[in-house]
Design a protein around this ligand. Structure first.
Ligand code: ATP
Length: 305
């Protein structure tokens, strides 16, 4: 049986500017994404019939309980494979096997990552020969973060996040991800954000110049000072215990700490790999999070291995 395997990174938002809710329910975003080497793998195997099926296995740590991931048509990897198949009139099926390391409902776009990986894996398995542009177009129909997870690296995201363009970034950044014992619903966080702005709508979002300057210079300390997330207040309101993680990171001289996307994962910026190891140990011992995982970025987007 032929198989293809794709590795795909998690994403973080170095800044996340969120504008007022649009009539279609989406929020305009101005963000800088970075892909980090906390990776899922998606394997696609040839099957005899036309069915697209999926199995999910969790990699690594039993310390944290994972939220359930759908193993039927609602799995984003299955949706991605079916969207590719429809777009190219393919009749073959595929057996998808996901090995998950990206926390589920962690604000790191794990589901979107699996969708991007399934597009690349099935394109190779079926010999679709989709162009990068065609894959990106399908990706945007699957979710706002999916085009970036094809792209990888460090990139600007506009529109609802699906309009991706590269940004100049030098060097490598070392992160610790403080992972919570249970996930947080992105929809719930956006709903709380809207409630918080019911009286005065937020302004049009923008990317802070200080962040772009820090990235262009590869200056980790300046990057730490420039991190920002408009959703952080709403996430902290729903999960007040996350403030403790931010406090511990501050006490431990992290270069910066911020809720990742809609949370509840908190990303903590270290000076170098040994500082990152030290921060991970401190965060774990503090009991403020269920797990502390070291990773660095930028990483390439979904790619065959
Ligand atoms: P984002 O940062 O994009 O808002 P998230 O990282 O917080 O997302 P995900 O792990 O992507 O959250 O999960 C969001 C929802 O998608 C969950 O309800 C989950 O059950 C569902 N889902 C569907 N397919 C997958 C998949 N392959 N992996 C993880 N979650 C999936």
């Amino acid at each position: 049986m032929r198989t293809t395997t794709v590795r795909v990174p998690a994403k973080i938002n170095l800044c996340l500017g969120v504008g007022p809710r649009r009539d279609d329910g989406y929020h305009p975003l101005a963000t800088v994404y970075q892909a980090v080497d906390l990776c899922d793998e998606v394997r696609a195997t040839e099957v005899k019939d036309g069915a697209v099926t999926v199995s999910v296995q969790f990699a690594g740590d039993e310390r944290r309980e994972q939220a359930p991931v759908p193993t039927g048509p609602d799995n984003l990897a299955v949706k991605a494979a079916c969207a590719l198949r429809d777009a190219f009139g393919i009749e073959a099926g595929a057996g998808l096997a996901i090995r998950k390391a990206i926390p589920v409902m962690g604000g790191m776009a794990g589901g979107s990552a699996d969708a991007a990986a399934a597009l690349v894996a099935c394109d190779a398995l079926w010999g679709t020969k989709a162009t990068r542009g065609e894959l990106e177009e399908i990706a945007a129909t699957l979710g706002s973060d999916v085009p970036f997870l094809l792209h990888g690296g460090t990139a600007l995201g506009a529109g609802r996040g699906e309009e991706v363009s590269p940004v100049l970034a030098r060097g490598r950044f070392h992160w610790v991800f403080a992972i919570a014992d249970r996930g947080l619903s992105t929809a719930e966080v956006y709903a709380r954000y809207d409630e918080m702005h019911a009286e005065s709508p937020p302004p049009a979002p923008h990317v802070p110049q200080a962040l772009l300057t820090a990235l262009a210079a590869g200056d980790a300390a300046a990057l730490g000072n420039a991190l920002s997330n408009d959703l952080q207040k709403a996430s902290l309101d729903l999960r007040p215990e996350l403030s403790r993680v931010l406090e511990v990171a501050g006490e431990a001289d992290a270069l910066g700490a911020l809720v990742s996307g809609s949370g509840p994962t908190v990303m903590v910026l270290a000076e170098d790999p040994s500082h990152s190891e030290e921060l991970a140990g401190l965060l774990l011992r503090s009991g403020a999070c269920a797990d502390a995982v070291q990773a660095s970025g930028p990483e390439p987007g979904a790619h065959l291995i």
